[in-house]
Design a protein around this ligand. Structure first.
Ligand SMILES: [Zn+2]
Length: 404
């Protein structure tokens, strides 16, 4: 088979053919594509077969295709203008590529598949494309996937947030915790965001939701009560632990400020000692920690409180857990540590939702795992120009959307 025929057949051309191929001096192949006389072309707007083909043509365009034995392959063709009975004079729709894309369907599919595993810069380097082309392929794949995904009822939902550029811009993520995937991504992290999610979901699908797992710090409760009154709200281990860690950190920083200058050197780079699980400390680290303990009683108290709260999640029965939590709340509110008193207040106000965890245990790890995955994506992708690019990548890697 001639190379031209091979390319034509592999691209499934019906109204076009490859008239010649040429090698480029710097490597790679260029296939020149022309229309087959007498065959009907499609309208670029609506896709229907167009009537007449106009005499004038668009300037020649170039599409990159999958490489042939590691030789980059380009298609070159000057699109025709066609008369569509519906839309009037339009540019033809070429069957090998999506409108506005600079790569063929085949290459776009390969790029989209690999972009689920690698960061965009590596994908671009692998396929010899520029970064923007990768971004536009992924964005198109996500739009297609969102429009074509099969809906499966949501029963266990997790709501979480991520920030782009360290706290500058927040996104709210809604997960299907049973299937461990992202269902919806929205800008900001307020009541309005959640209302937009439920408006998108519709009341019929919302009725299937049994459990909602979220952070008690967010003003979500009012929205949840009206949108999913039948669901149990669970405040999960992941978020509560996060807040306890923050409280320890606040106590540490307050102490740091109060300490006399002379004592400072001893205190430097000790943050990890407080945050590390005591069982994982090395011997010298333990010695340093015990030295610091004498110096910093409030921080000791704070880390013990945090540890004790961590043990709460291991309690086997709800009755034990309730008892444990009651004792913890008493200790925290009498600790004379302001961050922990605040934490205790919030936990007391959301006690039912925290205790609900002990019977359901649905969220253990699932939310945290998803959160880490999304964070990993945010870190590895540099220079997302727009929020939409960022959102598209989250959908692409975490939502298990179908590919075009
Ligand atoms: Zn048309």
């Amino acid at each position: 088979m001639r190379l031209e025929t091979f390319i034509r057949k592999s691209l499934g051309m019906k109204a076009h053919t490859v008239v010649k191929t040429e090698e480029r001096p710097d490597g790679g192949l260029v296939a020149h594509v022309e229309r087959l006389p007498g065959r009907r072309l499609a309208c670029g707007e609506c896709g229907r077969p167009a009537g007449k083909v106009a005499t004038t043509r668009r300037p020649a365009r170039r599409w990159q295709d999958l490489a042939l034995r590691d030789q980059p392959l380009w298609l070159v063709s000057a699109p025709h203008r066609v008369w569509c009975p519906q839309c009037g004079l339009r540019v033809e729709r070429v069957p090998w590529a999506e409108k506005w894309q600079r790569v063929t369907h085949a290459l776009a599919r390969a790029v989209a598949t690999v972009a689920r595993k690698l960061d965009w810069a590596s994908v671009a380097a692998h396929f010899r494309l520029n970064w923007k082309t990768v971004a536009s392929v992924v964005e198109a794949a996500v739009l297609w996937g969102l429009a074509h995904r099969r809906w499966v009822p949501l029963h266990v939902v997790g709501i979480d947030e991520v920030s782009r550029r360290k706290g500058q811009q927040y996104l709210t993520l809604v997960y299907d915790l049973a299937r461990r995937r992202v269902v919806w991504v929205g800008k900001d992290r307020d009541e309005g965001t959640l209302q937009r999610f439920f408006a998108w979901l519709g009341p019929r699908c919302a009725r299937a939701i049994r459990v909602v797992c979220c952070d008690m710090w967010r003003p979500y409760l009012a929205v949840l009560r009206t949108a999913v009154p039948q669901a149990t709200v669970v405040f999960d281990r992941f978020h509560v632990t996060q807040h306890a860690t923050e409280a320890v950190d606040t106590v540490r920083r307050q102490m740091w400020r109060q300490l006399a200058e002379a004592e400072k050197p001893d205190f430097k780079r000790t943050r990890f000692l407080w945050l590390k699980n005591p069982a994982n400390l090395r011997r010298d680290e333990r010695t340093r920690l015990s030295g610091l303990l004498r110096l910093n009683a409030p921080i000791v108290k704070a880390s013990l409180l945090k540890e004790d709260l961590r043990r709460f999640w291991a309690d086997r029965s709800t009755a034990w857990a309730a008892d444990h939590l009651r004792q913890w709340l008493w200790r925290a509110s009498h600790s004379r540590l302001e961050p922990f008193q605040k934490l205790a207040k919030t936990i007391r106000a959301h006690r039912d939702g925290i205790l609900a965890w002990t019977t359901l245990r649905v969220t253990n790890g699932a939310l945290e795992g998803m959160n880490n995955k999304v964070k990993g994506i945010s870190h590895r992708a540099f220079g997302f120009r727009t929020t939409w690019t960022y959102i598209a990548n989250i959908y692409h890697c975490c939502a298990e959307l179908p590919l075009p």
